[in-house]
Write a protein that binds this ligand. Structure first.
Ligand SMILES: CC(C)(COP(=O)(O)OP(=O)(O)OC[C@H]1O[C@@H](n2cnc3c(N)ncnc32)[C@H](O)[C@@H]1OP(=O)(O)O)[C@@H](O)C(=O)NCCC(=O)NCCS
Length: 403
């Protein structure tokens, strides 16, 4: 039966079919939801990096790769971004996801990408394939009505940007502000155009168009917030919500300014943001921190495919050496003066961890101590403590991009 299920790289003529199968499996209809989706697909997915499985004539499974550049401690590295993974309900649990992931990883190797990243629709799926949670996000909901934000602080000025102004101003601010933020994805012009500045009925979901406000210090723009407004009234009392799409600030002063601005929009006392970083300042800028409710969940997941290449690519805040055993692959990592070398080793392992666990350690979002206490990593107390010091990084990981 499986012999009929043929997996192949799509031609340009199959983009619409891939998208139709993808949307159907996610419970939507391609035409209604996103009529321009095919042209966006072509702008963002490099040729030859999307796959389907057909059963007879019908597309029954899909997957594709973005060619991302991932910010890691001390720099960036190429990352294959696994996306658009679907298997029709008629063909589930027959190994099609496994085949698609194998193809994605082989393709990533061909492109010299030592790591693969994804956002998971369900948390139980990808651990078995070596992906671990590498960044976390907070979904924020705050009622800021009547609260003073950042009292007594020196703040930046704020500027309302029109659409052309936002298209020009935001990309360089984002690039500056995320250059040292592990987990952020470098944005191409196409990504800004097709994803961040996309204005489609499905992206609005009944709220206003995108608005943009930037912070200014002298001649320099220091941050921005992109948001929508959802107007609601509660028994003639204004109870609108500002829905933050993204808030990016190059430093604390700009961040405080943006929160002060958001808290002061008349008729909109509530603010929500689904993808806030875990180190966001808002609760610390107000006197009543319980006005901010936070629900933490997994963000981007990472799989280190070439362990030695990936570990040597990042910088380390501490010096030291560690022999790691990752599912039978043994490597020795040595960091000195911020620079690392990593090579195969036959020495006794200091720390044994599975590939998914290593993905969670990689950007510093989870400690070796936590994994060891959970029974997911093994080593002496001294080795685990050394791993904690090595993988720790002063800037919390954050991926502001669902892909
Ligand atoms: C998730 C999905 C892609 C799985 O596809 P599939 O072809 O049924 O998966 P496979 O048969 O290749 O399963 C491979 C392994 O993953 C496990 N698995 C698959 N889906 C799972 C799920 N939702 N939860 C837990 N385990 C899952 C299988 O049990 C199997 O385990 P095994 O190797 O130990 O036997 C498919 O159910 C789907 O399209 N879901 C809706 C869309 C979606 O969520 N896509 C993912 C986007 S990130």
């Amino acid at each position: 039966m499986t012999s009929m299920l043929e997996l192949h790289t799509i031609t340009d003529g199959e983009v619409e079919e891939l998208r139709a199968a993808l949307m159907t499996t996610f419970g939507d209809d391609a035409d209604d939801v996103d009529p321009d989706g095919a042209s966006r697909f072509r702008a963002l997915i490099p040729p030859g990096r999307a796959w389907v499985v057909r059963d007879g004539g019908q597309v029954v499974a899909t997957a594709a790769s973005f060619a991302h550049e991932l910010v890691i401690p001390g720099g960036t590295m190429a990352m294959a971004g696994l996306t658009m993974v679907t298997v029709r309900p008629t063909h589930r649990r027959r190994g099609l996801l496994r085949r698609l992931i194998d193809r994605h990883l082989a393709d990533a190797r061909d492109h010299g990408e030592a790591v693969s990243g994804l956002w998971a629709s369900e948390a139980a799926i990808y651990g078995r394939f070596g992906y671990g949670v590498a960044t976390f996000v907070d979904a924020l909901e705050a009622d800021l009505g009547g609260l003073e934000v950042a009292a007594g602080r020196e703040l930046d000025a704020v500027t309302w940007l029109d659409e052309p102004g936002a298209r020009e101003a935001l990309p360089p601010i984002y690039a500056r502000a995320t250059a040292d933020r592990p987990g952020a994805v470098v944005r191409s012009d196409a990504w800004w155009r097709e994803r961040r500045f996309l204005e489609a009925p499905f992206s609005r979901a009944g709220a206003s168009r995108r608005r943009h406000v930037a912070t200014r210090r002298g001649d320099e723009l220091t941050g921005y917030v992109a948001f929508r407004q959802r107007s609601t009234w509660d028994a003639a009392v204004a109870a609108g919500t500002v829905e933050v799409l993204e808030l990016v600030a190059q430093d604390a002063r700009a961040e405080a300014t943006l929160w002060r601005f958001l808290a002061g929009i008349d008729l909109f006392p509530r603010v929500s943001w689904g993808l806030a970083p875990v180190d966001g300042l808002l609760p610390w800028l107000i006197a009543d921190a319980r006005r901010v409710r936070r629900r933490r969940s997994d963000g981007m997941w990472l799989r280190l495919d070439d362990v030695a290449v990936a570990l040597a690519a990042r910088a380390y805040a501490d010096d030291g050496a560690l022999v790691l055993d990752v599912e039978g692959t043994r490597v020795r990592l040595e960091a000195a003066g911020g620079v690392a070398a990593c090579a195969p080793s036959t020495a006794t392992a200091d720390l044994t961890v599975d590939r998914a666990g290593l993905g969670s350690l990689f950007l510093g979002a989870v400690t070796a101590t936590t994994l060891a206490r959970a029974g997911r990593a093994h080593g002496s107390a001294a080795a685990v403590a050394r791993a904690d010091r090595l993988f720790a990084w002063p800037v919390d990981a954050w991926c502001p991009e669902v892909f």
